[in-house]
Design a binder for this molecule. Sequence first.
Ligand code: F6P
Length: 464
Amino acid sequence: MKRIGILTAGGDTPALNAAIHGAVVRANQLKIEVVGLIKGFNCLFNPRVPHVHLNPLFQSIPELDPTKGGTLIGSSRDYVDPSRGHELDLIVSRLCSLKIEGLIAVGGDGTLNGLQPLAERLPTVLAPKTIDNDLGLNYPSEPDEWVRTAEPGATNGRRYTRTPSSTVFDLNHIVNYATPGYATAVFVTAQGVQRIRTTAESHRRIAIIEVMGRHSGYIALGTAYGQPDIILVPEQPIDMTLLVERVRHLYDLQKNVVIVCGEGIVDEDGKELGAMSTSTDPAGNVALSGAAEALRAKMMEMLGDRYFQRYRRGETAREAIFIRKVGHTQRGGRPILFDRFYAAQLGSKAVDLLVEGRNNAVSVLQYHADRGFYVEGYDANRFRDRWGYIHARRLHPALYDPLLMRPSKMGIDYLLPIFTDAIGNDDAEHMRQTLFDAGNLSHPYHSINTDVHKRIRYLEAETP
Ligand code: F6P
């Protein structure tokens, strides 16, 4: 291969530039040109195909900084629709006009779902990223456990359910143990909990902190590092009676409670608390935006104002129970060492997969207790159920203790390899040196987009 394309798709994560950097460094070694496609798949729907040459003369451009969050080539939630064959043909002909012989998409499960039809027309591989940590399998046979039934009213008229598993869960068998972006997201949420805690303690309040992750509870699980009292994950329907009992016990004891909830938490009937509206993003994902609010409303009702008045800790439950969403700070900013290092390795592996002719493959981060972390290639089809659909990975029940409402022993064992050395010395030093730099006060922010824009080239000239 002489020239490959790379794009970043879906929501941004902190380690996208690191993945691109890893790919470009490997391509430089192999004397392959890398073309960055601007704004994910959106670029390919545009006949002008805005793009950037990322390694002229096989040297990475200086704007490609693996320690910077976001993505220098931009991202979008546009996906390829497999049923639109004509559009796909156009996309491939545009890539061919650019002399692109293979494509790397850096993305999550949504991106991988849309990749098959492209891979049938052009060598295509995926380098994973997502803060949600939901691209992967708890064990290789997991896709076979899905069953699809017709159900009017469900998305596309189909409902997917799981048959009981007969597989013994083993951490060493997880496919794609952790995805780049996850560690940095937890780095942010765990600190968020520590900061909220002192307010809850000082003002005798109950804090509900909502973290991202859609229907997967990995971010909530990892937030255990911030020592919240209770963690609620989407995989375990909430038992409100048990929850309120636990809150009362803790509040009596320590005069404050900190609860972390994943944005996708569900009630006893499996209904998402946070799906306040049925709005979806362009990729068809339900926008989850109200989990903490809904939980607060339930708790206010069950605890009541009198409970707080009795303690002289506020006139109303509304006053005493507050919510905070960590929000997009989880997704942005400098990636911590774990993410940078493995994102780069996965990007580099993606180049190797293309060169080796492993079309429609994914570079994955594997872990084994005897060997530590290592990257390898995994056929994308092995992520698919028998109807070809890729499901977001959900927390295995063995990782969470529903009675204690925190990580189980195995959950702790899962987290340790990722986080024990996740922060580099340079991460702490970077903050020390740059945050209170006097120049920040006098110089306007200089966006990477301004510099990259100067490098953008087009397939076709603009029509006057
Ligand atoms: O998939 C990553 C993620 O950050 C989810 O955790 C969250 O639900 C969603 O994206 C938010 O998307 P957006 O930034 O488009 O609101």
